[in-house]
Design a protein around this ligand. Structure first.
Ligand code: TMP
Length: 208
């Protein structure tokens, strides 16, 4: 089977992780060798960078520093995990990838688009996802969900950034969808878990 690279994007509390596990089970049952991974993270070095990004004071990093840290982690992850897995014909499901930097640090954080473009071109290069599922949800609902499920509390730095940030973030993801409608597909994350899983499978099946 040919390799496949699928990324999951969206705001906080949009249910990506649950849907990744469900899709992995379904693709595994269909005979695919599936790898689930995440960003920032996926290698020991990238996980160490993740800790710097997701914890501590909200204003500890400038948006440009955040973009560079995310891209340092991404470079490690691509070289050590993602590219080798794709070369071995595996199906890689990644919880967040390059579009998160464009949305969080670019649209919501204010980094220049040209800076993000340059990082994306140099580090991601040709290893762009075959498919990106963008989970869309009203941030008031997403933030409440993220808080109520008691996500790792030490990892809430972005959740603490305030509603205006998360509204810009949602608009950013919607703009990414509009600009790349072939790769990126809209998923209505306000629906119940079963319906979201049906929608995810129908998009993925179309790609297969
Ligand atoms: P997670 O909680 O969905 O695992 O992601 C960790 C946080 O990191 C989340 O709040 C989004 C943020 N993030 C960025 O700001 N830029 C990035 O490039 C990535 C991959 C994540």
């Amino acid at each position: 089977m040919p390799s496949l690279f699928i990324t999951f994007e969206g705001g906080e509390g949009s249910g990506k992780s649950t849907q990744i596990r469900r899709l992995a089970a379904r693709l595994g049952a269909a005979g695919r060798d599936v790898l689930i991974t995440r960003e920032p993270g996926g290698t020991p070095e990238a996980e160490a960078v993740r800790t710097l990004l997701v914890s501590g004071d909200v204003a500890r990093w400038t948006p440009n520093s955040e973009a560079l840290l995310n891209y340092a982690a991404r470079e490690q992850h691509l070289e050590q995990v993602i590219r080798p897995a794709l070369a071995a014909g595996r199906t890689v499901l990644c919880d967040r990838f390059m579009d998160s930097t464009r949305a969080y640090q670019g649209y919501a954080g204010g980094c220049a688009p040209s800076f993000i473009d340059a990082l994306e071109k140099t580090i991601v290069g040709v290893t762009r996802p075959d498919l990106t599922l963008v989970f869309d949800l009203d941030p008031t609902v997403g933030l409440a969900r993220a808080r109520s499920r008691g996500d790792v509390v030490s990892e809430d730095r972005y959740e603490r950034k305030g509603l205006a940030f998360h509204q810009k973030l949602r608009e950013g993801f919607l703009d990414i969808l509009r600009r790349d409608p072939t790769r990126c597909r809209f998923i209505d994350a306000a629906q119940d878990i079963e319906q979201v899983a049906i929608d995810v499978w129908s998009v993925v099946e179309g790609t297969l």
